[in-house]
Design a protein around this ligand. Structure first.
Ligand code: GLU
Length: 442
């Protein structure tokens, strides 16, 4: 049996970082097991689903490098759901109910007022054929509920949460189809997971109680249920699920100069007992992926940690991987020289501008100006073919007696216009003799 996972977003908005994490784990688990990773567009809600969101979901997965092995779409499968629905109506596992939303709300309030759990009372199950005919003659269309089997405990061994058990008597028979014939997510998802051979459902722990009822739907449809892994939710660094986190998506990260590998390195490991490390290649992350390493406490997402990982990823990226995003003319030697100083790839253009000039002249004292004039004369005389920075500073140290900061800082300021930056030994050959002389002469 081929391991098959699916990422099943509803295209009602763009993916946020929590969704990206779920997608990543589905992909990693499939890859770790030589399996298939499906993208399933859960667009049963025709009013709220939009094509532009489907496109952005695809683009976001592509940016992360999570290439699906197949794409499915629920709106293309309504006939299939209707057929399986008819099977379960015939088997007495799905029944029509006629209460209005207001009536249901009232029932809930009464139960809660008595200190009882607000479980649906199954009044619709005691309607006779004549009662139903009368209601329908009045123009009332039923919605449909899945009848839970109260004799069968709902239990499974969750790959993350361990053994889970729910008492079906404490749960309402879930509504699976609305009066207008449209589908709620629960039932189509089960039909799909069966038809698409899904072996592992990896999703957020907000779905745990859905799983309990869905297990009986698998059984009612004659299928062995997949394994389930419900992950603890993502929280912000402040410790709770923030609005901000729910709005952070690929566009935000890309605009902030975050590389996909940084996001993958972080999302693969937060909330697990494995350490977060920068991985340019996801292979080692995949090789060590293990649900047993996932904790039950919320996973903390910290943008500062992401930015740090991003820098460490960039410091490992080779020229070929970034060349298309570098300014025209920037060479592999320049990339190597500048790379250790970058927090984002876009910053390479700033440093390339420093190399090529013009640069803003730095403020310097009269004493330092005299020193720089001397430096210009020295720079004109040294051998530029090997290591001009060490040749220049070595000669100046000897001639002036300066050392440390007074030796180096005026040179850096005059040559780059900035007090900090890449290693001057790497930068100076890029700036070259002519520009160096001109900048030192001021
Ligand atoms: N469309 C559901 C959601 O976005 C899918 C949940 C699942 O993975 O089964 O929550």
């Amino acid at each position: 049996m081929t391991v098959t996972t699916r990422f099943a977003p509803s295209p009602t908005g763009t993916l946020h970082v929590g969704n990206l994490r779920t997608a990543l784990h589905n992909w990693m688990f499939a890859k770790a097991n030589g399996g298939r990773f499906l993208l399933r567009i859960d667009d049963t809600d025709r009013a709220r689903s939009e094509e532009r969101h489907v496109e952005s979901i695809r683009a976001d997965l592509a940016w992360l490098g999570l290439v699906p092995d197949g794409e499915e779409r629920q709106s293309a499968r309504f006939d299939r759901y209707a057929a399986r629905f008819a099977d379960l109506v015939a088997a007495g596992r799905i029944y029509p109910a006629y209460e209005t939303a207001q009536e249901l709300e009232l029932k809930r309030k009464v139960l809660l007022g008595r200190g009882l759990p607000p479980v649906y009372d199954r009044a619709a199950l005691s309607l006779t054929d004549a009662d139903r005919a009368k209601l329908e003659a009045e123009g009332i269309r039923p919605h449909w509920r899945f009848r839970l089997d109260h004799g069968a405990p709902l239990e499974w061994d969750d790959l993350i949460r361990g053994h889970q058990r729910f008492d079906p008597k404490t749960m309402s028979d879930p509504v699976i189809r609305r009066a207008d014939g449209s589908w709620l997510y629960l039932f189509p998802s089960v039909v799909d997971d069966i038809d698409m051979g899904v072996t592992h459902v990896v999703r957020g722990e907000d779905h745990v109680s859905n799983t309990a009822t869905q297990l009986q739907m698998f059984a009612a449809l004659g299928a062995v249920p997949p394994a389930f892994a419900h992950e603890a939710l993502l929280t912000g660094s402040e410790g709770k699920l923030s609005k901000r986190l729910g709005s952070l998506g690929v566009d935000h990260f890309r605009d902030a100069g975050i590389e996909p590998q940084a996001l993958i390195s972080l999302l693969a490991r937060i909330g697990t007992s494995l350490s977060v490390e920068p991985h340019v290649d996801p292979a080692p992350l995949i090789a060590h992926f293990d649900f047993a390493r996932f904790g039950r406490a919320p996973a903390r997402f910290d943008e500062t940690e992401l930015a740090q990982l991003n820098a460490r990823i960039i410091h490992q990226l080779g020229f070929d991987a970034v060349a298309a995003r570098l300014p025209d003319g920037m060479t592999s030697g320049a990339w190597e020289a500048i790379r250790p100083n970058l927090a984002t790839i876009a910053e390479a253009a700033d440093w390339w501008q420093v190399v090529e000039g013009p640069i803003d002249p730095a403020e310097l004292s009269g004493e330092d100006r005299a020193y720089l004039a001397q430096a210009a004369a020295t720079a004109a005389a040294i051998d530029w073919s090997a290591d001009p920075w060490h040749a220049l500073t070595g000669a100046l140290k000897e001639a002036t007696g300066r050392k440390g900061k007074p030796l180096f800082l005026p040179l850096r300021l005059a040559l780059t216009g900035r007090p900090h930056g890449p290693d001057m030994a790497a930068l100076l050959p890029l700036i070259g003799r002519d520009r160096t002389l001109a900048r030192l002469r001021g």
